[in-house]
Design a protein around this ligand. Structure first.
Ligand SMILES: Cc1cc2nc3c(=O)[nH]c(=O)nc-3n(C[C@H](O)[C@H](O)[C@H](O)COP(=O)(O)OP(=O)(O)OC[C@H]3O[C@@H](n4cnc5c(N)ncnc54)[C@H](O)[C@@H]3O)c2cc1C
Length: 434
Protein backbone atom coordinates (compact mmCIF):
# COMPACT_ATOMS: atom_id res chain seq x y z
CA UNK A 1 0.00 0.00 0.00
CA UNK A 2 1.86 3.11 -1.19
CA UNK A 3 -0.93 5.67 -0.98
CA UNK A 4 0.11 8.94 0.64
CA UNK A 5 -2.45 10.85 2.73
CA UNK A 6 -2.10 14.02 4.75
CA UNK A 7 -2.98 14.49 8.44
CA UNK A 8 -6.36 16.12 7.83
CA UNK A 9 -7.28 13.48 5.22
CA UNK A 10 -8.07 16.20 2.69
CA UNK A 11 -5.24 15.33 0.29
CA UNK A 12 -3.94 12.04 -1.03
CA UNK A 13 -1.82 10.69 -3.88
CA UNK A 14 -0.55 7.40 -5.26
CA UNK A 15 3.22 7.51 -5.69
CA UNK A 16 4.65 4.86 -7.96
CA UNK A 17 7.58 3.94 -5.67
CA UNK A 18 8.69 4.49 -2.09
CA UNK A 19 12.37 4.85 -1.19
CA UNK A 20 13.77 5.44 2.32
CA UNK A 21 17.25 6.94 1.84
CA UNK A 22 19.60 6.73 4.82
CA UNK A 23 22.40 8.98 3.54
CA UNK A 24 23.11 11.89 1.23
CA UNK A 25 24.47 9.40 -1.33
CA UNK A 26 21.19 7.47 -1.26
CA UNK A 27 19.17 10.67 -1.72
CA UNK A 28 21.40 11.63 -4.66
CA UNK A 29 20.99 8.14 -6.17
CA UNK A 30 17.18 8.34 -5.87
CA UNK A 31 17.16 11.77 -7.55
CA UNK A 32 19.45 10.64 -10.39
CA UNK A 33 17.44 7.47 -10.86
CA UNK A 34 14.16 9.41 -11.06
CA UNK A 35 15.73 11.77 -13.62
CA UNK A 36 16.86 8.84 -15.76
CA UNK A 37 13.41 7.28 -15.61
CA UNK A 38 11.73 10.60 -16.45
CA UNK A 39 9.60 10.61 -13.31
CA UNK A 40 9.24 12.97 -10.34
CA UNK A 41 10.69 12.54 -6.84
CA UNK A 42 9.62 14.18 -3.59
CA UNK A 43 10.58 13.83 0.04
CA UNK A 44 7.58 14.07 2.33
CA UNK A 45 7.49 15.11 5.98
CA UNK A 46 4.80 13.90 8.37
CA UNK A 47 1.96 15.13 6.12
CA UNK A 48 0.85 17.90 8.48
CA UNK A 49 0.35 20.36 5.61
CA UNK A 50 -3.31 20.90 4.78
CA UNK A 51 -2.49 21.54 1.11
CA UNK A 52 -1.22 18.94 -1.36
CA UNK A 53 2.23 20.54 -1.23
CA UNK A 54 3.85 17.26 -0.14
CA UNK A 55 1.80 14.94 -2.38
CA UNK A 56 4.32 12.68 -4.17
CA UNK A 57 3.29 11.59 -7.66
CA UNK A 58 6.36 9.63 -8.85
CA UNK A 59 8.89 8.45 -6.25
CA UNK A 60 8.07 9.17 -2.61
CA UNK A 61 11.15 9.64 -0.43
CA UNK A 62 10.40 8.79 3.18
CA UNK A 63 12.27 10.91 5.78
CA UNK A 64 12.33 8.09 8.38
CA UNK A 65 16.02 7.17 8.09
CA UNK A 66 17.32 10.75 8.04
CA UNK A 67 16.84 11.63 11.69
CA UNK A 68 19.15 12.86 14.43
CA UNK A 69 21.63 15.56 15.42
CA UNK A 70 24.86 15.71 13.38
CA UNK A 71 26.81 18.51 15.06
CA UNK A 72 26.67 20.97 17.94
CA UNK A 73 28.74 24.17 17.77
CA UNK A 74 28.62 25.92 21.14
CA UNK A 75 30.81 28.83 19.96
CA UNK A 76 28.54 29.66 17.04
CA UNK A 77 25.47 28.49 19.03
CA UNK A 78 24.21 26.35 16.17
CA UNK A 79 23.01 22.76 15.89
CA UNK A 80 22.94 20.74 12.67
CA UNK A 81 20.37 17.95 12.29
CA UNK A 82 19.29 15.58 9.55
CA UNK A 83 16.38 16.94 7.54
CA UNK A 84 13.89 14.22 8.51
CA UNK A 85 14.31 14.70 12.26
CA UNK A 86 10.92 15.25 13.91
CA UNK A 87 10.75 18.58 15.74
CA UNK A 88 9.88 16.89 19.07
CA UNK A 89 13.05 14.76 18.77
CA UNK A 90 15.16 17.88 18.16
CA UNK A 91 13.48 19.68 21.08
CA UNK A 92 14.19 16.80 23.48
CA UNK A 93 17.79 16.40 22.28
CA UNK A 94 18.40 20.14 22.55
CA UNK A 95 16.96 20.20 26.08
CA UNK A 96 19.36 17.42 27.09
CA UNK A 97 22.19 19.59 25.73
CA UNK A 98 20.90 22.62 27.68
CA UNK A 99 19.84 24.29 24.42
CA UNK A 100 16.62 25.39 22.73
CA UNK A 101 15.18 26.85 19.55
CA UNK A 102 14.06 30.47 19.86
CA UNK A 103 10.49 29.98 18.66
CA UNK A 104 8.13 27.43 17.10
CA UNK A 105 4.50 26.75 16.21
CA UNK A 106 1.95 24.99 18.36
CA UNK A 107 2.78 21.33 17.62
CA UNK A 108 6.08 19.44 17.37
CA UNK A 109 5.19 16.48 15.14
CA UNK A 110 6.57 17.83 11.85
CA UNK A 111 9.96 17.01 10.35
CA UNK A 112 12.50 19.83 10.28
CA UNK A 113 12.59 19.97 6.48
CA UNK A 114 8.80 19.71 6.18
CA UNK A 115 8.20 22.49 8.71
CA UNK A 116 10.77 24.88 7.27
CA UNK A 117 9.74 24.22 3.65
CA UNK A 118 6.29 25.76 4.25
CA UNK A 119 7.40 28.52 6.64
CA UNK A 120 5.96 27.03 9.85
CA UNK A 121 5.88 29.82 12.41
CA UNK A 122 4.98 30.67 15.97
CA UNK A 123 4.29 34.15 17.28
CA UNK A 124 6.51 37.08 18.32
CA UNK A 125 10.15 36.84 19.33
CA UNK A 126 12.94 38.14 17.14
CA UNK A 127 12.35 35.31 14.64
CA UNK A 128 8.95 33.67 14.41
CA UNK A 129 9.36 30.98 11.76
CA UNK A 130 11.57 27.91 11.92
CA UNK A 131 12.89 28.88 8.46
CA UNK A 132 14.17 32.21 9.82
CA UNK A 133 16.12 30.31 12.51
CA UNK A 134 18.04 28.27 9.89
CA UNK A 135 21.64 29.41 9.41
CA UNK A 136 22.80 26.73 6.98
CA UNK A 137 21.52 23.85 4.84
CA UNK A 138 22.51 21.06 2.50
CA UNK A 139 20.30 20.02 -0.40
CA UNK A 140 20.49 17.56 -3.30
CA UNK A 141 19.38 19.41 -6.43
CA UNK A 142 18.10 18.29 -9.83
CA UNK A 143 21.44 17.13 -11.26
CA UNK A 144 22.06 14.95 -8.21
CA UNK A 145 24.77 17.18 -6.69
CA UNK A 146 24.82 18.42 -3.09
CA UNK A 147 24.57 22.19 -2.66
CA UNK A 148 25.57 23.88 0.62
CA UNK A 149 24.07 27.24 1.51
CA UNK A 150 24.45 29.81 4.27
CA UNK A 151 24.61 33.61 4.46
CA UNK A 152 28.18 33.41 3.06
CA UNK A 153 27.89 30.44 0.69
CA UNK A 154 25.32 30.48 -2.15
CA UNK A 155 23.31 33.26 -0.45
CA UNK A 156 20.58 33.18 -3.14
CA UNK A 157 19.98 29.47 -2.44
CA UNK A 158 20.07 30.21 1.30
CA UNK A 159 17.42 32.94 1.00
CA UNK A 160 15.04 30.69 -0.95
CA UNK A 161 15.65 27.12 0.21
CA UNK A 162 15.02 27.79 3.90
CA UNK A 163 11.39 28.03 2.74
CA UNK A 164 11.69 26.19 -0.56
CA UNK A 165 8.22 24.55 -0.83
CA UNK A 166 10.00 21.31 -1.69
CA UNK A 167 10.46 22.82 -5.16
CA UNK A 168 14.23 23.35 -5.23
CA UNK A 169 15.70 20.02 -4.14
CA UNK A 170 15.79 17.47 -1.34
CA UNK A 171 17.15 18.93 1.89
CA UNK A 172 19.44 16.51 3.71
CA UNK A 173 20.44 18.61 6.73
CA UNK A 174 19.60 21.92 8.36
CA UNK A 175 21.62 24.05 10.78
CA UNK A 176 19.61 26.07 13.32
CA UNK A 177 20.59 28.97 15.54
CA UNK A 178 20.01 27.92 19.14
CA UNK A 179 20.01 29.58 22.54
CA UNK A 180 20.63 28.38 26.09
CA UNK A 181 17.67 26.42 27.47
CA UNK A 182 15.68 28.93 29.47
CA UNK A 183 12.30 29.26 31.12
CA UNK A 184 9.24 30.75 29.49
CA UNK A 185 6.33 32.02 31.56
CA UNK A 186 2.87 31.78 30.02
CA UNK A 187 0.04 33.98 31.19
CA UNK A 188 -3.39 33.25 29.74
CA UNK A 189 -6.42 35.42 30.40
CA UNK A 190 -9.96 35.60 29.07
CA UNK A 191 -10.90 39.03 27.72
CA UNK A 192 -13.74 40.65 25.81
CA UNK A 193 -13.30 41.46 22.09
CA UNK A 194 -13.18 45.27 22.39
CA UNK A 195 -10.56 45.30 25.13
CA UNK A 196 -8.40 42.60 23.51
CA UNK A 197 -8.31 44.39 20.15
CA UNK A 198 -7.79 47.83 21.71
CA UNK A 199 -4.82 46.51 23.73
CA UNK A 200 -3.35 44.28 20.99
CA UNK A 201 -0.35 46.50 20.19
CA UNK A 202 0.35 46.85 23.92
CA UNK A 203 0.36 43.03 24.32
CA UNK A 204 2.61 42.52 21.30
CA UNK A 205 5.07 45.26 22.22
CA UNK A 206 5.29 44.54 25.97
CA UNK A 207 5.69 40.75 25.75
CA UNK A 208 8.04 38.35 23.96
CA UNK A 209 5.20 36.32 22.39
CA UNK A 210 1.47 36.99 22.07
CA UNK A 211 -1.29 34.69 20.82
CA UNK A 212 -5.03 35.48 20.82
CA UNK A 213 -8.09 33.33 20.14
CA UNK A 214 -11.54 34.62 19.25
CA UNK A 215 -14.64 32.43 19.72
CA UNK A 216 -16.87 33.17 16.68
CA UNK A 217 -20.46 34.27 17.37
CA UNK A 218 -19.35 35.64 20.78
CA UNK A 219 -17.48 38.59 22.31
CA UNK A 220 -15.07 36.24 24.03
CA UNK A 221 -11.33 36.04 23.47
CA UNK A 222 -8.41 34.32 25.17
CA UNK A 223 -5.09 36.19 25.28
CA UNK A 224 -1.87 34.26 25.89
CA UNK A 225 1.47 36.02 26.40
CA UNK A 226 4.82 34.28 26.95
CA UNK A 227 7.92 35.87 28.44
CA UNK A 228 11.45 34.66 29.13
CA UNK A 229 12.32 34.55 32.83
CA UNK A 230 15.77 34.89 34.30
CA UNK A 231 15.60 31.40 35.85
CA UNK A 232 17.25 28.00 35.47
CA UNK A 233 15.05 25.25 33.96
CA UNK A 234 14.79 23.47 37.32
CA UNK A 235 13.27 26.63 38.84
CA UNK A 236 10.29 26.57 36.44
CA UNK A 237 6.77 26.18 37.84
CA UNK A 238 4.90 24.01 35.32
CA UNK A 239 1.23 23.14 35.68
CA UNK A 240 0.57 20.14 37.88
CA UNK A 241 0.29 16.92 35.88
CA UNK A 242 -3.45 16.88 36.57
CA UNK A 243 -4.01 20.52 35.48
CA UNK A 244 -1.87 20.03 32.36
CA UNK A 245 -3.86 16.91 31.47
CA UNK A 246 -7.18 18.62 32.26
CA UNK A 247 -6.51 21.86 30.33
CA UNK A 248 -4.23 20.85 27.46
CA UNK A 249 -5.30 17.28 26.86
CA UNK A 250 -8.82 16.68 28.16
CA UNK A 251 -10.44 20.12 27.65
CA UNK A 252 -8.49 21.01 24.47
CA UNK A 253 -8.90 17.60 22.85
CA UNK A 254 -11.37 15.15 24.40
CA UNK A 255 -13.98 17.65 25.62
CA UNK A 256 -13.44 19.88 22.57
CA UNK A 257 -14.02 16.86 20.30
CA UNK A 258 -17.33 16.22 22.12
CA UNK A 259 -18.41 19.87 21.85
CA UNK A 260 -17.45 19.80 18.18
CA UNK A 261 -19.43 16.65 17.49
CA UNK A 262 -22.45 18.18 19.23
CA UNK A 263 -22.07 21.38 17.18
CA UNK A 264 -21.86 19.30 13.99
CA UNK A 265 -25.07 17.47 14.82
CA UNK A 266 -26.90 20.61 15.97
CA UNK A 267 -25.25 23.66 14.33
CA UNK A 268 -27.81 25.97 15.96
CA UNK A 269 -26.13 25.25 19.31
CA UNK A 270 -22.66 26.43 18.18
CA UNK A 271 -22.97 30.09 19.33
CA UNK A 272 -24.05 28.95 22.81
CA UNK A 273 -21.36 26.26 22.95
CA UNK A 274 -18.72 28.84 21.95
CA UNK A 275 -19.99 31.23 24.62
CA UNK A 276 -19.74 28.41 27.16
CA UNK A 277 -16.22 27.43 26.01
CA UNK A 278 -15.11 31.08 26.23
CA UNK A 279 -16.58 31.44 29.74
CA UNK A 280 -15.03 28.19 30.99
CA UNK A 281 -11.50 29.33 30.15
CA UNK A 282 -9.86 30.70 33.24
CA UNK A 283 -6.81 32.84 33.90
CA UNK A 284 -3.66 30.81 34.53
CA UNK A 285 0.09 31.35 34.81
CA UNK A 286 2.80 28.70 34.57
CA UNK A 287 6.37 28.37 33.38
CA UNK A 288 8.38 25.65 31.70
CA UNK A 289 11.15 25.07 29.18
CA UNK A 290 10.15 26.81 25.92
CA UNK A 291 9.04 23.86 23.78
CA UNK A 292 6.61 22.69 26.49
CA UNK A 293 5.04 26.15 26.60
CA UNK A 294 4.88 26.61 22.83
CA UNK A 295 3.55 23.18 21.82
CA UNK A 296 0.72 20.89 22.93
CA UNK A 297 -0.98 17.75 21.59
CA UNK A 298 -3.68 18.15 18.90
CA UNK A 299 -5.96 15.15 18.60
CA UNK A 300 -9.07 16.80 17.13
CA UNK A 301 -8.46 16.62 13.39
CA UNK A 302 -9.36 19.79 11.47
CA UNK A 303 -8.87 21.72 8.22
CA UNK A 304 -7.12 25.08 8.36
CA UNK A 305 -6.54 28.23 6.32
CA UNK A 306 -4.10 30.87 7.56
CA UNK A 307 -3.07 34.19 6.02
CA UNK A 308 -0.29 36.67 6.82
CA UNK A 309 -1.41 40.30 6.63
CA UNK A 310 0.60 43.49 7.06
CA UNK A 311 0.65 44.28 10.79
CA UNK A 312 -0.98 47.66 10.09
CA UNK A 313 -4.13 46.16 8.56
CA UNK A 314 -4.40 42.76 10.26
CA UNK A 315 -6.91 43.77 12.93
CA UNK A 316 -9.05 45.70 10.44
CA UNK A 317 -9.25 42.46 8.43
CA UNK A 318 -10.24 40.55 11.57
CA UNK A 319 -13.05 43.05 12.26
CA UNK A 320 -14.28 42.61 8.68
CA UNK A 321 -14.18 38.83 9.08
CA UNK A 322 -16.31 39.14 12.22
CA UNK A 323 -18.89 41.24 10.34
CA UNK A 324 -18.95 38.60 7.58
CA UNK A 325 -19.45 35.73 10.05
CA UNK A 326 -22.15 37.67 11.95
CA UNK A 327 -24.03 38.32 8.70
CA UNK A 328 -23.79 34.71 7.52
CA UNK A 329 -25.61 31.55 8.54
CA UNK A 330 -22.32 29.66 9.11
CA UNK A 331 -21.80 28.08 12.52
CA UNK A 332 -18.07 28.13 13.30
CA UNK A 333 -17.08 26.03 16.29
CA UNK A 334 -13.29 26.52 16.17
CA UNK A 335 -11.66 29.68 17.56
CA UNK A 336 -9.90 32.06 15.13
CA UNK A 337 -6.22 32.40 16.07
CA UNK A 338 -4.31 35.70 15.87
CA UNK A 339 -0.49 35.65 15.86
CA UNK A 340 2.19 38.19 15.06
CA UNK A 341 5.60 37.76 13.41
CA UNK A 342 8.46 40.17 12.79
CA UNK A 343 9.56 40.71 9.20
CA UNK A 344 12.10 38.24 7.73
CA UNK A 345 14.31 38.01 4.63
CA UNK A 346 13.12 34.71 3.09
CA UNK A 347 12.48 34.97 -0.67
CA UNK A 348 8.95 33.57 -0.45
CA UNK A 349 8.43 34.11 3.27
CA UNK A 350 4.86 35.04 4.18
CA UNK A 351 6.43 37.66 6.49
CA UNK A 352 9.11 38.64 3.98
CA UNK A 353 9.83 42.36 4.23
CA UNK A 354 6.96 43.17 6.59
CA UNK A 355 5.85 42.66 10.19
CA UNK A 356 2.75 40.51 9.94
CA UNK A 357 -0.42 39.54 11.74
CA UNK A 358 -1.52 35.97 10.99
CA UNK A 359 -5.20 35.03 11.10
CA UNK A 360 -6.00 31.30 11.17
CA UNK A 361 -9.40 29.70 10.50
CA UNK A 362 -10.34 26.10 11.25
CA UNK A 363 -13.23 23.71 10.71
CA UNK A 364 -13.71 20.11 11.75
CA UNK A 365 -12.15 17.64 9.28
CA UNK A 366 -15.63 16.49 8.17
CA UNK A 367 -17.02 19.99 7.63
CA UNK A 368 -17.12 21.49 4.16
CA UNK A 369 -14.86 24.52 4.48
CA UNK A 370 -15.37 26.08 1.07
CA UNK A 371 -18.00 28.77 1.83
CA UNK A 372 -16.38 29.91 5.11
CA UNK A 373 -12.75 29.83 3.92
CA UNK A 374 -13.74 31.26 0.51
CA UNK A 375 -15.65 34.22 1.98
CA UNK A 376 -12.90 35.00 4.48
CA UNK A 377 -10.18 34.57 1.85
CA UNK A 378 -11.71 37.38 -0.24
CA UNK A 379 -11.27 39.76 2.69
CA UNK A 380 -7.72 38.60 3.40
CA UNK A 381 -6.72 38.87 -0.25
CA UNK A 382 -8.11 42.44 -0.40
CA UNK A 383 -5.86 43.28 2.56
CA UNK A 384 -2.75 42.16 0.63
CA UNK A 385 -2.68 38.84 2.50
CA UNK A 386 -0.29 36.00 1.74
CA UNK A 387 -1.55 32.43 2.34
CA UNK A 388 0.44 29.99 4.48
CA UNK A 389 2.02 27.60 1.96
CA UNK A 390 0.98 24.53 3.95
CA UNK A 391 -2.63 25.54 4.69
CA UNK A 392 -5.77 25.53 2.58
CA UNK A 393 -6.06 28.39 0.05
CA UNK A 394 -7.16 28.87 -3.55
CA UNK A 395 -4.40 31.15 -4.88
CA UNK A 396 -2.51 30.46 -8.11
CA UNK A 397 0.86 31.54 -9.54
CA UNK A 398 -0.67 34.49 -11.43
CA UNK A 399 -2.24 36.09 -8.42
CA UNK A 400 0.52 35.15 -5.94
CA UNK A 401 3.28 36.79 -8.00
CA UNK A 402 2.25 40.40 -7.19
CA UNK A 403 2.16 39.54 -3.46
CA UNK A 404 5.89 38.74 -3.43
CA UNK A 405 8.46 41.37 -4.53
CA UNK A 406 11.10 38.62 -4.98
CA UNK A 407 8.84 36.18 -6.86
CA UNK A 408 10.92 36.09 -10.05
CA UNK A 409 14.12 35.47 -8.06
CA UNK A 410 12.57 32.23 -6.73
CA UNK A 411 11.39 31.13 -10.19
CA UNK A 412 14.85 31.81 -11.70
CA UNK A 413 16.48 29.74 -8.97
CA UNK A 414 13.98 26.93 -9.53
CA UNK A 415 14.88 26.97 -13.26
CA UNK A 416 18.56 26.66 -12.32
CA UNK A 417 18.26 23.97 -9.62
CA UNK A 418 15.39 21.93 -11.07
CA UNK A 419 15.20 22.65 -14.82
CA UNK A 420 13.46 19.33 -15.50
CA UNK A 421 10.89 19.77 -12.69
CA UNK A 422 11.87 16.55 -10.92
CA UNK A 423 10.47 17.91 -7.66
CA UNK A 424 7.13 19.18 -8.91
CA UNK A 425 3.57 18.06 -8.25
CA UNK A 426 0.03 19.34 -8.87
CA UNK A 427 0.15 21.87 -6.02
CA UNK A 428 3.47 23.34 -7.14
CA UNK A 429 2.27 23.65 -10.74
CA UNK A 430 -0.71 25.60 -9.39
CA UNK A 431 1.21 28.00 -7.11
CA UNK A 432 4.48 28.37 -9.03
CA UNK A 433 3.47 27.56 -12.60
CA UNK A 434 5.02 24.86 -14.79
C1 LIG B 1 -2.24 20.13 14.02
C2 LIG B 1 -1.39 21.07 13.20
C3 LIG B 1 -0.83 22.18 13.80
C4 LIG B 1 -0.05 23.06 13.04
N1 LIG B 1 0.48 24.17 13.66
C5 LIG B 1 1.17 25.08 12.92
C6 LIG B 1 1.69 26.27 13.51
O1 LIG B 1 1.57 26.50 14.72
N2 LIG B 1 2.33 27.15 12.69
C7 LIG B 1 2.46 26.94 11.36
O2 LIG B 1 3.01 27.81 10.68
N3 LIG B 1 2.03 25.81 10.79
C8 LIG B 1 1.40 24.88 11.53
N4 LIG B 1 0.94 23.73 10.94
C9 LIG B 1 1.31 23.46 9.54
C10 LIG B 1 2.59 22.60 9.47
O3 LIG B 1 3.55 23.02 10.37
C11 LIG B 1 3.21 22.69 8.06
O4 LIG B 1 2.26 22.38 7.10
C12 LIG B 1 4.45 21.81 7.91
O5 LIG B 1 4.97 22.00 6.63
C13 LIG B 1 4.19 20.34 8.10
O6 LIG B 1 5.43 19.64 8.18
P1 LIG B 1 5.52 18.13 7.72
O7 LIG B 1 6.77 17.53 8.26
O8 LIG B 1 4.26 17.45 8.00
O9 LIG B 1 5.73 18.34 6.15
P2 LIG B 1 4.79 17.88 4.93
O10 LIG B 1 3.48 18.54 5.08
O11 LIG B 1 4.83 16.41 4.79
O12 LIG B 1 5.60 18.54 3.74
C14 LIG B 1 5.68 19.94 3.61
C15 LIG B 1 6.64 20.30 2.47
O13 LIG B 1 7.98 20.00 2.86
C16 LIG B 1 8.61 19.30 1.81
N5 LIG B 1 9.69 18.49 2.35
C17 LIG B 1 9.65 17.58 3.33
N6 LIG B 1 10.88 17.06 3.51
C18 LIG B 1 11.70 17.65 2.61
C19 LIG B 1 13.08 17.56 2.33
N7 LIG B 1 13.89 16.73 3.00
N8 LIG B 1 13.58 18.35 1.37
C20 LIG B 1 12.79 19.22 0.68
N9 LIG B 1 11.48 19.36 0.91
C21 LIG B 1 10.94 18.58 1.88
C22 LIG B 1 7.49 18.48 1.22
O14 LIG B 1 7.82 17.98 -0.04
C23 LIG B 1 6.41 19.52 1.17
O15 LIG B 1 6.64 20.38 0.09
C24 LIG B 1 0.18 22.83 11.65
C25 LIG B 1 -0.38 21.70 11.06
C26 LIG B 1 -1.17 20.82 11.81
C27 LIG B 1 -1.78 19.61 11.15
Amino acid sequence: MTQWRNWSGLESSDPTDVVTPASVAEVAAAVTDAAERGTTVKMVGTGHSFTGIAAPEGVKLSPAALSGILAVDRDAMTVTALAGTPLHVLNDELARLGLSLHNMGDIAEQTLAGATSTGTHGTGGTKASLSAQVSGLEMVVGDGTLVRASRDENPDVFAAARLGLGALGVLTSLTFDVEPLGVLEAHEQPMLWDEALARYDEFVDANHHCDMYWFPHTDRMQVKVNNRLDLEPDEAEPLSRFRAWLDDDFLSNTAFAGVNALGNRAPGLVPRLNELSGRLLSERTYSDVPHRVFTSPRRVVFREMEYALPRETGLAALREVRRLIDASDWRISFPVEVRMTPSDDLTLGTSSGRDSIYLAFHVNRRTDHTAYFGGVEEILRAHDGRPHWGKVHTRTADDLAPAYPRWQEFLDLRDRLDPDRLFTNTYLRRVLGD
